[in-house]
Design a protein around this ligand. Sequence first.
Ligand code: UDP
Length: 572
Amino acid sequence: MTILTDNAQLVLRERYLLKDKKGRIRETPLEMFRRVAEAVAEAERKWSDEKAAKKWAGIFFEVMKKLNFLPNSPTLMNAGTPVGQLSACFVLPVEDDLKTIFETITQAALIQQKGGGTGFDFSHLRPKGDDIYTSGGYASGPVSFMKVFDAATEHVMQGGKRRGANMGVLLVNHPDIEAFIAAKSMNDTLRNFNISVGILDAFMEAVGNNDKWDLIHPNSQRIVKTLEARKLWQEIVRNAWSNGDPGLLFLDTINVANPTPKLGRIEATNPCGEVPLLPYESCNLGSINLSHYVRQKNSSKTVDWDQLAKVVEIAIRFLDDVVEINRYPDPVISEKTLGNRKIGLGVMGWAEMLIKLGIPYDTMEAVTLGEQVMKFIQEKSNASSASLATARGSFPNWEKSIYYPESPLRHATRTSIAPTGTISVIANTSSSIEPLFALVYQRKYVLNNDTLTTVNPLFLNYLYEQHLEVNDILEKAFEKGTCKDMEAIPPEIRDIFKTALEIPPYWHLRHQIAFQKYTDNAVSKTINLPSSATLEDVDYIYTTAWSSKAKGITVFRDNPLGKQVLNKGISG
Ligand code: UDP
């Protein structure tokens, strides 16, 4: 049985269910799942027959219908339709010449129009004020070009359904890095961008040693300016503290895990940071709903490992089929993507899994279980990818990859932790590996500014089970977002239902690191900070993220001036 909440139905009606030319909805949610399942399982015919395609369509339909696994939004929206673009994540190159810059803007617009997000490294652009030989003028620099990208996004709604999203990266030794760091400090500039500084280990060491730091011209490689590394770091921290941007991408850590170093260095990620990609690569994501994998065993509750193993296998096959039937927006993207066949299986409902198990989020027990769960998912994903490689062949660049010759795999990467901003609403669970955002809250929709009030279902259940004063408690919980000071609720229960801002930032980071340890790509996570957090707090989180081998880091202080592109957790 599928139980879709009002929230889920609203999201589906607004953006996912197919409509006729007059805007009338022409499918039910179950028909949507059927459409997606059948379209994806079409790929099965390539290696088998119609019977197999039917069988797998049935299996895919079941896992989606039960909300055990959902693919990223573009797959739900576009599979089995003439659009056919199913990936959420793309990275495009930005070269230092006007023609290719505008070609990239066109490609980005087309990707965003069909529901994908785009990431770019702007580090190859010559700095502001540099000579332009063809016109005799002066270059406007990366930040200025980013505004052109931003304006393009502003005017392209994703499939008429949501606003596009971008990631902009600039290397920490680019001459315009100071302007980049401050680029989002003004309200509403680059509002369709998340920005991240491309951090090198050498820079972090220079900060630690209080050394000087050279800014280098990307073309001539000459030193343009020398700064105090620590001063630059402090500016990064101050901007992140005040408006959430810039985040950091730890490019050396990312490239240690690059499965195909012979094909090039990775310089950028998709908008939310969970997929480092080479230029022109795209990646398909899907997420398992962990809250459905808790079972009663004797007198206690435990993770249902057997069922979890089964859904991982189905999900990896599903994503492999998606790579196959996907219609790529450009022949180069098709070629690069099919060369590596990167997929990103992740999770949602982690916080709810912990609540069901009675484990507070801010404990070592939770972090250790996080590692165990993700290790399990990674191992099963690798096994599924390997068995698909046997049946269908390894990814074409396998012989150029770090896996050659020991481990034949069908996908250069298998796992990613996506934010699941919208699919977690459809599945009615907590997003990604985030703690609960609030117990009772209003969810804001970017598209039409609608708001809906939502009560966490596990909290509601608990109140009913204990015969507590439901209305009274919910009213208070709505005011405060938490049940922190409610005496009617025993302290151990209040601990289990702690919300994002009650959880010390350190524990947010511990979960990110725990899941990163067993994730091929990256983990999208927001480290929530209370408004009282200090610059030192941000400094500590950013430094610890680097030394703990995170691939990137983003903080979000409660109620700062700015807002994020995808206000993770609160916007659909
Ligand atoms: N994304 C996007 N626009 C959006 C939301 C997401 O382009 O409004 C892309 C972006 O690449 C992001 C990825 O989709 O990193 C996954 O985001 P999320 O898991 O929140 O997407 P969902 O599948 O839940 O819609």
